[in-house]
Write a protein that binds this ligand. Structure first.
Ligand SMILES: [Fe+2]
Ligand SMILES: [Fe+2]
Length: 181
């Protein structure tokens, strides 16, 4: 493999890894938000935090799942190792469960962002715990099996194109990034 494609592969996986760190950071923000609402209700800071977390999981996190489903998981399905093929299926199913869990959380955050407290914070906390546990297990499986395997299998592919596509999706999502470019 040439040096350019080696660095393209490294860049793609660094980007995916950094997204995992960001997802975990947003989950922590969500915990802080629920704690803050329980302590003091909805002030402007809590409303702003609710909006930021809502925007992140509605946008960036979903894009991350699409990136993996398009660029990472297909390469695993052709593996001769059944454990790897099974991991790809499991991870794809997880994305569906994560989406379902997120749809239970999002309306409460939308309400909080708009200054409405009609939702039950205990129920929100419980939904968050389910969402977080699944997300963290999912990330562990991706980093332990899916990414290392995909990194090897994609080494001979056009990962520069893959990296460009991931970056382009996010630029479309965030016009201010385009403006800075
Ligand atoms: Fe994933
Ligand atoms: Fe992931």
């Amino acid at each position: 493999m040439c040096a350019a494609s080696t660095s393209a592969v490294i860049a793609v996986f660094e980007f995916l890894d950094s997204t995992h760190r960001e997802i975990q950071q947003q989950l922590r923000q969500l915990h802080q938000l629920v704690d803050a609402i329980e302590r003091g209700g909805l002030n402007q800071a809590a409303r702003d935090k609710a909006r930021r977390v809502l925007t992140y999981f509605n946008g960036e996190a979903r894009q991350h799942h699409l990136d993996e489903e398009k660029h990472i998981f297909p390469s695993l399905r052709t593996s001769p190792n059944p454990e790897v093929v099974q991991a790809a299926e499991h991870l794809t199913q997880d994305h569906g469960w994560l989406e379902e869990n997120w749809l239970q959380i999002a309306p409460s955050l939308e309400a909080a962002a708009n200054g409405n407290l009609w939702f039950d914070t205990q129920e929100l906390r419980h939904a968050l715990e389910v969402f977080e546990a699944l997300y963290l297990d999912h990330i562990v499986l991706e980093e332990a099996i899916a990414y290392p395997e995909a990194r090897q299998r994609l080494a001979s592919h056009d990962t520069a194109g893959m990296g460009r596509e991931m970056a382009r999706r996010r630029t479309l999502l965030r016009p201010e990034v385009m403006a800075r470019a």
